[in-house]
Design a protein around this ligand. Structure first.
Ligand SMILES: [Zn+2]
Length: 462
């Protein structure tokens, strides 16, 4: 099966040019102006950008948390992702304490199998390195799990101590995997939280007020220092504050291989959302929390100047009506997480490119090419060149779209960006040569998404 995308403007992280894209058997065959159509199926992209499919390197589909489960599974979540122009995700398998990482990998493969609409990789969340843990890490790298996430927050649930973090970092110095850190000082935060509860402070906004930016910055600083001692790169997930950003920038300025992602919610929303009347603020309870407005411009600057390398979503939806409500009388019981997998590309394009904060090429880089490189998928993903997978989005820069829970495809009863109007949206979404979304219609099939076996020693090591 041959497909020719004609008359479009091809945009990669490096360049923008008029070119046609020829696809054969799911792979890009040729990229140049004036490719003859011959017998190929032709997709006209006049007036459109042709960009590499988005890669969301941080999602939580079908994830157990605090007695409930995130409301999107691998089918509904990846379908929503595709609508928004994302053609690969990297989700997280979670090692349960006292069990092998291998078991968690099998569990998450089962969750995805028969459901995923687009390709998916898996990071492994490490909760326990006692016993055979370090060899388990090597085994997982062999299975294409080229990154591990550790928590410096959530004591007694997910948090690991510094010795465990350092052992894991040291192991990656040998096996070439990448350690991702949830960087917040969980022990300090727990004391502040207990104090707030004792004072009767139970509303959603206290979720944010008990997790100060300095608690994030301290953990980022510590994570980077431990990585330096271990001789390994480190990647900070969902960085939310200027304080934390300064730590990453300072390290990078010294030539340390420290990397970080942020998310649309930290770029566009602020702590005021948690003060909405009634229990509405619970819709914005996730970790790290939203920050005061002054942080937002700093994060945009960080993206522009490559102090931040990636925009992911940390998509972890819980329905307002029957899940967020678990914390009605106690903010610590509100399931942590928010929906966003569908809107990442639209929001970053509109508020980044249209607003003049990011170039078109930088937009492609932070939403696709950089995560592909850093997480060992490049050049199979994140590139428009012969030999790369034909994961492509035909992007209409003039399409006007209003984000709303009424019309979105995520299985959740609210949107964090309700009423946001964006200009620029995915028109046609192609995954390995197959059109999965076209003009608002879903044409993909559950189960067609493939597991992405990722390579160790990805971009963070170079
Ligand atoms: Zn997360």
């Amino acid at each position: 099966m041959t497909t020719l995308i004609q008359n479009g403007t091809v945009v990669t992280a490096r360049e923008t040019r008029q070119a046609d894209v020829l696809i054969e058997d799911g792979v890009i065959k040729e990229v140049r102006a004036g490719i003859p159509a011959d017998s190929a199926r032709v997709i006209d992209a006049r007036g459109m950008y042709v960009i590499p499919g988005g890669i969301d390197a941080h999602t939580h589909l079908d994830m157990p948390f605090g007695g409930t489960t995130s409301s999107d599974d691998f089918e509904t979540g990846t379908r929503a992702a595709a609508f928004g122009g994302t053609t690969s995700i990297v989700d997280f398998a979670i090692q349960a304490r006292g069990t092998r990482m291998r078991d968690a990998l099998d569990t998450w493969w089962k969750k995805a199998e028969g459901r995923a609409v687009i390709d998916y990789g898996l990071h492994m969340i490490v909760t326990d390195l006692a016993g055979a843990g370090l060899e388990d890490m090597d085994e997982l790298v062999g299975e294409g799990v080229a990154s591990f996430k550790l928590f410096m927050a959530y004591p007694n649930v997910l948090m690991v101590d510094d010795a465990t973090i350092f052992r894991a970092l040291s192991q990656t110095a040998k096996n070439g995997a990448l350690i991702c850190m949830h960087a917040e000082n969980g022990s300090v935060i727990d004391v502040i939280v207990a104090r707030a509860l004792a004072e009767g402070k139970r509303a959603p906004v206290y979720h944010a007020l008990t997790r100060p930016p300095r608690a994030e910055a301290e953990a980022v600083h510590r994570a980077i220092a431990m990585a330096e001692i271990a001789g390994a790169p480190v990647y900070i997930v969902h960085l939310s504050s200027e304080d934390a950003l300064n730590q990453v920038r300072e390290a990078r300025d010294r030539g340390v291989p420290a990397f970080a992602e942020t998310c649309p919610q930290y770029l566009l929303l602020s702590i005021e959302e948690l003060q909405r009347p009634g229990f509405e603020g619970a819709k914005y309870v996730f970790t790290p929390p939203l920050r005061p407005r002054k942080h937002l411009t700093k994060l945009w600057d960080g993206l522009k100047h490559d102090h931040l390398q990636v925009v992911s979503t940390d998509h972890c939806p819980f329905c307002f009506k029957d899940q967020k409500v678990l914390g009605k009388d106690d903010f610590t019981k509100i399931p942590n997480g928010g929906p966003g997998i569908e809107n990442r590309m639209q929001l970053i394009y509109h508020h980044g490119v249209n607003a003049g904060k990011l170039t078109l090429n930088r937009f492609v880089e932070i939403t696709s090419t950089a995560p592909a490189r850093i997480f060992g998928m490049y050049p199979k993903k994140g590139e428009i060149a012969p030999g790369s997978d034909a994961d492509l989005v035909i992007w209409d820069p003039n399409a006007v779209y209003t984000i709303s829970a009424e019309t979105h495809h995520m299985r959740v009863d609210y949107s964090m960006f309700e009423g946001f109007e964006v200009r620029g949206n995915a028109r046609t979404v192609i995954s390995r040569g197959e059109v999965v979304v076209d003009g608002g219609a879903f044409l993909g099939k559950p189960g067609r998404g493939q597991y992405l076996k990722r390579m160790a020693r990805g971009g963070a090591w170079k």
